[in-house]
Write a protein that binds this ligand. Structure first.
Ligand SMILES: Cc1cc2nc3c(=O)[nH]c(=O)nc-3n(C[C@H](O)[C@H](O)[C@H](O)COP(=O)(O)O)c2cc1C
Length: 137
Protein backbone atom coordinates (compact mmCIF):
# COMPACT_ATOMS: atom_id res chain seq x y z
CA UNK A 1 0.00 0.00 0.00
CA UNK A 2 1.56 3.29 -1.02
CA UNK A 3 1.67 6.25 1.31
CA UNK A 4 1.00 9.66 -0.15
CA UNK A 5 0.29 13.21 0.91
CA UNK A 6 -1.65 16.17 -0.34
CA UNK A 7 -1.43 19.75 0.89
CA UNK A 8 -4.11 22.13 -0.34
CA UNK A 9 -5.16 25.68 0.38
CA UNK A 10 -8.70 27.06 0.34
CA UNK A 11 -10.70 30.07 1.40
CA UNK A 12 -13.14 29.56 4.31
CA UNK A 13 -16.74 30.52 3.61
CA UNK A 14 -18.52 31.71 6.76
CA UNK A 15 -15.68 30.87 9.16
CA UNK A 16 -16.38 30.65 12.89
CA UNK A 17 -15.43 28.43 15.82
CA UNK A 18 -18.57 26.26 15.51
CA UNK A 19 -17.86 25.57 11.89
CA UNK A 20 -14.27 24.69 12.67
CA UNK A 21 -15.31 22.38 15.51
CA UNK A 22 -17.74 20.51 13.32
CA UNK A 23 -15.14 20.10 10.57
CA UNK A 24 -12.65 18.71 13.09
CA UNK A 25 -15.12 16.28 14.67
CA UNK A 26 -15.99 14.81 11.26
CA UNK A 27 -12.40 14.87 10.06
CA UNK A 28 -11.08 13.03 13.12
CA UNK A 29 -13.76 10.34 13.01
CA UNK A 30 -13.40 9.70 9.28
CA UNK A 31 -9.62 9.88 9.28
CA UNK A 32 -9.30 7.36 12.12
CA UNK A 33 -11.49 5.04 10.05
CA UNK A 34 -9.55 5.69 6.83
CA UNK A 35 -5.99 5.57 8.24
CA UNK A 36 -5.46 9.23 7.37
CA UNK A 37 -3.46 11.62 9.54
CA UNK A 38 -2.58 15.28 9.11
CA UNK A 39 -2.93 18.86 10.23
CA UNK A 40 -5.21 21.78 9.49
CA UNK A 41 -3.92 25.33 9.83
CA UNK A 42 -6.88 27.65 9.94
CA UNK A 43 -7.56 31.33 9.99
CA UNK A 44 -10.62 33.30 8.84
CA UNK A 45 -8.93 34.03 5.51
CA UNK A 46 -7.23 30.70 4.83
CA UNK A 47 -7.31 26.95 5.32
CA UNK A 48 -4.17 24.98 4.62
CA UNK A 49 -4.43 21.25 5.22
CA UNK A 50 -1.91 18.41 5.18
CA UNK A 51 -3.45 14.97 4.52
CA UNK A 52 -1.37 11.78 4.50
CA UNK A 53 -2.25 8.11 4.30
CA UNK A 54 -2.93 5.32 1.80
CA UNK A 55 -3.05 6.89 -1.65
CA UNK A 56 -6.64 5.89 -2.48
CA UNK A 57 -7.95 7.02 0.91
CA UNK A 58 -6.27 10.42 0.60
CA UNK A 59 -7.72 10.89 -2.90
CA UNK A 60 -11.21 9.94 -1.73
CA UNK A 61 -10.96 12.30 1.23
CA UNK A 62 -9.85 15.18 -0.94
CA UNK A 63 -12.71 14.52 -3.37
CA UNK A 64 -15.20 14.89 -0.47
CA UNK A 65 -13.44 17.98 0.83
CA UNK A 66 -13.59 19.59 -2.64
CA UNK A 67 -17.37 19.30 -2.61
CA UNK A 68 -17.70 20.95 0.81
CA UNK A 69 -19.39 24.35 0.68
CA UNK A 70 -17.71 25.59 3.87
CA UNK A 71 -14.80 26.71 1.73
CA UNK A 72 -13.97 27.86 -1.80
CA UNK A 73 -11.07 27.71 -4.21
CA UNK A 74 -9.51 24.42 -3.13
CA UNK A 75 -6.08 24.33 -4.77
CA UNK A 76 -3.62 21.43 -4.44
CA UNK A 77 -0.23 22.90 -3.55
CA UNK A 78 1.82 19.75 -2.94
CA UNK A 79 1.06 16.10 -3.73
CA UNK A 80 2.90 12.84 -4.15
CA UNK A 81 4.31 9.75 -2.47
CA UNK A 82 6.06 10.00 0.91
CA UNK A 83 8.30 7.54 2.74
CA UNK A 84 6.90 8.30 6.20
CA UNK A 85 4.14 10.22 7.94
CA UNK A 86 4.76 13.63 9.50
CA UNK A 87 1.61 13.67 11.68
CA UNK A 88 1.30 9.96 12.43
CA UNK A 89 0.00 10.61 15.95
CA UNK A 90 -2.85 12.93 14.89
CA UNK A 91 -6.08 12.07 13.07
CA UNK A 92 -6.17 15.84 12.42
CA UNK A 93 -4.02 18.24 14.39
CA UNK A 94 -5.48 21.73 14.38
CA UNK A 95 -3.39 24.84 14.51
CA UNK A 96 -5.12 28.19 14.85
CA UNK A 97 -2.70 29.79 12.45
CA UNK A 98 0.33 30.13 14.72
CA UNK A 99 2.21 28.28 12.02
CA UNK A 100 1.19 30.55 9.16
CA UNK A 101 4.13 32.48 7.83
CA UNK A 102 1.83 34.81 5.87
CA UNK A 103 -0.03 37.78 7.34
CA UNK A 104 -3.59 38.53 6.25
CA UNK A 105 -2.30 41.34 4.07
CA UNK A 106 0.16 39.00 2.42
CA UNK A 107 -2.59 36.43 1.77
CA UNK A 108 -4.78 39.15 0.29
CA UNK A 109 -1.90 40.19 -1.93
CA UNK A 110 -1.23 36.73 -3.35
CA UNK A 111 1.29 35.13 -0.94
CA UNK A 112 -0.37 31.71 -1.32
CA UNK A 113 -0.15 31.77 -5.11
CA UNK A 114 3.46 32.92 -4.86
CA UNK A 115 4.38 30.35 -2.17
CA UNK A 116 6.65 27.49 -3.14
CA UNK A 117 5.99 23.82 -2.26
CA UNK A 118 9.16 23.90 -0.13
CA UNK A 119 7.89 26.90 1.84
CA UNK A 120 4.54 25.19 2.40
CA UNK A 121 6.09 21.89 3.51
CA UNK A 122 8.45 23.79 5.82
CA UNK A 123 5.44 25.40 7.53
CA UNK A 124 4.11 21.96 8.47
CA UNK A 125 7.53 20.67 9.52
CA UNK A 126 7.82 23.67 11.86
CA UNK A 127 4.35 22.94 13.26
CA UNK A 128 5.31 19.30 13.77
CA UNK A 129 8.44 20.17 15.69
CA UNK A 130 6.59 22.77 17.74
CA UNK A 131 3.95 20.33 18.99
CA UNK A 132 6.40 17.59 19.88
CA UNK A 133 4.73 14.33 20.89
CA UNK A 134 1.24 14.17 22.37
CA UNK A 135 1.13 13.60 26.13
CA UNK A 136 -0.01 10.05 26.91
CA UNK A 137 -2.13 9.98 30.08
C1 LIG B 1 -11.25 22.70 5.61
C2 LIG B 1 -11.90 21.34 5.68
C3 LIG B 1 -11.16 20.24 6.10
C4 LIG B 1 -11.74 18.97 6.15
N1 LIG B 1 -10.98 17.91 6.51
C5 LIG B 1 -11.51 16.66 6.47
C6 LIG B 1 -10.71 15.53 6.75
O1 LIG B 1 -9.53 15.62 7.07
N2 LIG B 1 -11.31 14.30 6.67
C7 LIG B 1 -12.61 14.15 6.33
O2 LIG B 1 -13.08 13.01 6.26
N3 LIG B 1 -13.39 15.21 6.08
C8 LIG B 1 -12.87 16.46 6.14
N4 LIG B 1 -13.67 17.55 5.88
C9 LIG B 1 -15.12 17.32 5.71
C10 LIG B 1 -15.50 16.86 4.34
O3 LIG B 1 -15.58 17.96 3.48
C11 LIG B 1 -16.86 16.14 4.35
O4 LIG B 1 -17.84 17.00 4.91
C12 LIG B 1 -16.81 14.88 5.18
O5 LIG B 1 -15.71 14.09 4.83
C13 LIG B 1 -18.11 14.07 4.95
O6 LIG B 1 -18.11 13.05 5.90
P1 LIG B 1 -19.43 12.23 6.23
O7 LIG B 1 -19.81 11.56 4.93
O8 LIG B 1 -18.99 11.28 7.30
O9 LIG B 1 -20.45 13.23 6.70
C14 LIG B 1 -13.12 18.82 5.81
C15 LIG B 1 -13.85 19.93 5.39
C16 LIG B 1 -13.26 21.18 5.34
C17 LIG B 1 -14.09 22.36 4.89
Amino acid sequence: MSLSRVIYTSRPFGFDQNMLNSILVTARANNARDDITGALICRADLFIQYLEGPDAAVRACLARIRRDDRHLEVVEQVQGPVAARLFGDWAMLDDPAQSLVWSRDEVRNGAVEAGTPEEIVAMFEALRSRVGRPVVQ
